[in-house]
Write a protein that binds this ligand. Sequence first.
Ligand SMILES: Cc1cc2nc3c(=O)[nH]c(=O)nc-3n(C[C@H](O)[C@H](O)[C@H](O)COP(=O)(O)OP(=O)(O)OC[C@H]3O[C@@H](n4cnc5c(N)ncnc54)[C@H](O)[C@@H]3O)c2cc1C
Length: 552
Amino acid sequence: MTDQTEFRQAVQTGDSVLGEPRRYLVNIDSISTHQLFTDCLVIGAGIAGLRAAIEAAEHCNVIIVCKDTLENSNTWKAQGGIASVLDRKDTFESHVADTLETGCGICDKGIVELVIRQGPELIEQLFRWGTDFDLIEGHIATTLEGGHSHPRVAHAHGDETGRIIAETLIKKARQNPNIKVIEKCYAIDLLTNNDNKCLGIIGYDMQRGFQIIWAANTILAAGGAGRLYRETTNPEVATGDGIAMAYRVGAVLQGLEFMQFHPTTLYVAGASRALITETLRGEGAVLVDNKGQRFMKEYHESAELAPRDIVSRAILSQMRKTESTHVYLDVRHFDKKHFAQRFPLINELCENFDIDVKRDLIPVRPSAHYMVGGVKTDISAKTNVENLYACGEVASTGLHGANRLGSNSLLEGLVFGKIAGQFASEHKKADASQLRPPLIKYQIPHSDRSRLDTDDVRNSLRALMWRNVGITRMAQPLMEAQEIIGFWQRYVMDKVFDTPEGWECQNMLTVSLLMARTAKEREESRGVHFRRDFPDPDDEHFKKHIEITRGE
Ligand SMILES: Cc1cc2nc3c(=O)[nH]c(=O)nc-3n(C[C@H](O)[C@H](O)[C@H](O)COP(=O)(O)OP(=O)(O)OC[C@H]3O[C@@H](n4cnc5c(N)ncnc54)[C@H](O)[C@@H]3O)c2cc1C
């Protein structure tokens, strides 16, 4: 039984520490706010959050919240597949070696081995739960992707892997009487007591308004931050909220300078930056410039199958050389019928923009894709904040190091989702329904500055991040980015917003500044972080993660 005194909280005021965001983004008065109780609260309903909820529900009751509908997540959009050793000719050692090599010296080898060894069992379990993986001779089919030395990427319905996996997990979660799913419930901040133990969240439910969810344990699975960039493959929900709220609560963050850019997203005016999966290159698509010339061989011996960061930089360099805004993917040699069956999403996308894949080249360029860094966790998915766990893209477990091997992120979400759910439920302290509502009062001094157009701030921020903290970086633009974001923060962070758009804007500014800071601090090039002024790795000073905590 939990000692209920740990749920008491003194009245706090919202004065911000100089240069730091306030502890909470909104005023809190727990007495007058609607309250829910649970043993385990999961924030986010992608692969990591759903898998965590299903695991935790074996032992306790669970609430899972997501800020939009269940279909709006990076997981839902994932195309290529999920990497694992499923083929008899493949080995764990080979998958481990590929992951370590892509991570450029700063992966945690123990974590890499753990994730890779647990993969096959959990993917087989997904299959038993109903995920309709593509099969070959009765076994899960696997394909090749850049950076992998063996075909080990399992896929479902061609390029709809994420949606098919998500649907399986959503169905499983919905059928579980121990899981309550609340859609359109925005987690604003993690609540803590005076000993900085996590107590749940203050959130905003689109139907009920402000709401406190008290939880014995909280699992943060709020996904990535691609929307910090003008060009991105990520859906609207990926605004870095999880990283920002973890930062405000004092969690250790690491690796924020490592944003992975996907080399090939469709570049057609008016289209969102839809991803053209890497498996297309794995299965024979080639990159050509605006003169129709293949160029990848000039940049890397593996040509189109080189790691993502190398392909992204090669495309950027070729775009500069040829003074073009994009390059092209050439799939004209594919059988048209096979292409439509194997890549139905891409086929439909191209048709929508009148691109005949048998006749035309597909215009592509790189976009922000995957947040490699995040909230630092240990082997049990624990953060440094008591009762707070993290998993999926929001977390930094040490699996990816300085770069993520393609299709390893769904795998990480699956494995660490299970681990987080297991530990958060084993270490639940109490039947949360027996807890008395604690008192939390937090008041923010009134700001008399004028109203803000947050859309304008967000658009300007995303353009700045693309320009100054993008695929290649330099000290001066990184310093300029910090100055500009700092200036915007002065009049955005003192406001108290009452809609998700405002809180997202504050979170985006918080995370962007931290990314620009760490990108400036890492004076070397490693993995996805490329400094034009320091183009080589510097093992002596930087063969490790840069950590950041609020107030330090
Ligand atoms: C286009 C695309 C293709 C990809 N293809 C692949 C692939 O083939 N293979 C692969 O391994 N990886 C792929 N990835 C990456 C992979 O999809 C993600 O890394 C992974 O799905 C992340 O899962 P997650 O559960 O951590 O987060 P997500 O799936 O992004 O889920 C995050 C959840 O958090 C919720 N949330 C966020 N903020 C809040 C808040 N403030 N309050 C409440 N809820 C919140 C969201 O609503 C959402 O439910 C792809 C990504 C994209 C965008």
